[in-house]
Write a protein that binds this ligand. Structure first.
Ligand code: EPU
Length: 423
């Protein structure tokens, strides 16, 4: 099992490239199931979660190959086993995304009910409610969701997809994908507006779907008879980009971040500027610099275009070094605070109060052995380690490999001192 040894504090400089988005690529991989023939994602990132989804597709009977030059090729001409097995889906919740496409294309599917994970219990009730509205019969059998379309196929409907924490990203993806092949018109109200959902909708339209209202909370989908495969480069990963922005700020450095669209990151840029960073759009991305005090700022996570929950932990690392107090409130996953205790081991002063954390800024962080608990929490520990005095050891690095491709190599190329050690 790999660990990271991180020497700090370091100064960073130079240019760093953002990969294709994990959370855009996963649903596009599921969308490939809607069409016979070969779908290509030329810039699919090479991450553990993507590889788990490849395993899932292969287990369905789909042919998947990765070619370093031309990306990920998914040929879904044949699907002979429409079952998402527990052992695969439990490792990667995005596995639930095969539900909508397989129901629409084959009329039946069985997928293991995903369990909880470190960031909360993460139900899928809204996904199921949406698919039922399209006419699907859904039962739970031995931990599996068993879904069947009516004999005439799925039919369009007006569907409200809001839940107690706002819209649902993968729930919108699932119902939107199913509706592309349903008879008639589907209207999804309270659809998620995240850029990754818009990217999927644009990809589906390139496949021949008829979706309008893309990027808004009201999607209209006219069902079509069939879809064709496409080559679809996904958008840059705004969460990886945001992580590198914090890397520049927390080390009091300047970085050029390439292959990201800061128009998709307005809330993040707003908070960075409030904290004292200079953020400027530049050459396919942005330049981020912070020289001087880190100012405190309050942050509340919300569905897009609000501040993303997937950057909450990284900003907590940054604000732990602010010259004052900040309040960070989680409105998407109220329990997503596993990093708090670990950062306190590094001499941060964080106090959890319900769904909020009071961040009392400290003058410096001090290296310590810490444990990664989930993907974004581990990214926050790496950021804290680069700013802390001494050598921080991060255990369970496999969490970070789920969503960042060789993060240590990218950061070392701009001045970090991170060693991956197989222990
Ligand atoms: N929710 C329900 N019922 C549902 C679905 C969701 O109550 O049927 C709740 C969730 O428990 C949560 C809120 O609604 O409180 C929002 O969850 P959402 O469904 O939007 O999350 P998701 O689609 O399962 C995706 C990303 C997550 C990201 C969230 C929120 C992928 C593969 N995952 O998850 O990414 O945090 O949207 O933006 O796209 C990550 O990359 O680290 C990650 C966790």
């Amino acid at each position: 099992m790999d660990i990271f040894e991180i020497d700090g504090p370091v100064k960073l400089s130079g240019s760093i490239d953002v990969a294709g988005s994990k959370n855009a690529a996963l649903p596009v991989m599921a969308a490939a199931l809607l069409a016979a023939g070969e779908t290509v994602i030329p810039n699919a990132p090479n991450l553990a979660d993507i590889r788990s989804f490849e395993t899932l597709l292969t287990s369905l009977g789909v042919s998947v190959r990765r070619d370093d030059k031309h990306g990920l090729h998914i040929d879904a001409t044949t699907i002979d086993n429409p079952v998402g097995e527990y052992d695969i889906v439990r490792k990667m919740r995005a596995g639930i995304c095969i539900l909508g496409p397989l129901l629409a294309r084959l009329g039946k599917v069985k997928v293991s009910m995903p369990g909880g994970c470190a960031i909360g219990d993460r139900p899928v009730d809204i996904h199921l409610r949406g698919l039922k509205a399209l006419g699907a019969r859904i039962n739970l059998e031995n931990g599996y969701i068993v879904a069947e379309a009516p004999s005439g196929g799925l039919r369009g409907a007006q569907i409200f997809l809001g839940g107690p924490f706002g819209s649902t990203v993968l729930g919108t993806d699932n119902v939107m994908m199913a509706a592309t092949l349903a008879k008639g018109t589907t209207i999804i109200e309270s659809a998620a507006c995240e850029p990754e959902v818009a990217d999927l909708a644009n990809c589906l339209n390139a496949m021949g779907a008829k979706i309008s209202g893309i990027g808004s909370p009201r999607l209209t989908i006219e069902g079509v008879r069939e879809l064709s495969p496409v080559s679809w480069p996904v958008i840059g990963d705004r969460i990886e980009a945001g992580t590198f922005m914090v890397a520049a700020a927390i080390t009091q450095s300047r970085l050029q971040i390439r292959n990201c669209d800061i128009n998709n990151m307005i809330a993040v840029v707003d908070r960075l500027r409030c904290i004292g960073a200079v953020v400027e759009a530049a050459d396919g991305g942005c330049d981020v610099a912070l020289h001087g005090p880190i100012r405190p700022a309050d942050i509340t996570t919300q569905p897009y275009p609000g501040f993303p929950t997937d950057l909450q932990a990284q900003f907590m690392a940054l604000l732990s070094l602010a010259d004052g107090n900040s309040v960070i409130t989680e409105k998407i996953y109220p329990d997503r605070f596993m990093h708090v205790a670990e950062m306190n081991r590094m001499a941060a002063n964080l106090r959890k109060e319900g769904p909020s954390v009071i961040v009392a800024g400290v003058e410096k962080l001090i290296a310590a052995p810490v444990m990664a608990s989930d993907l974004r929490a581990s990214a926050a520990l790496v950021l804290a380690g680069m700013a802390a005095t001494g050598t921080t050891v991060v255990q369970r690095v496999y969490h970070i490999d789920r969503g960042y491709d060789k993060i240590e190599q990218k950061l070392n190329a701009v001045g970090a001192k991170i060693r991956r050690i197989d222990v």
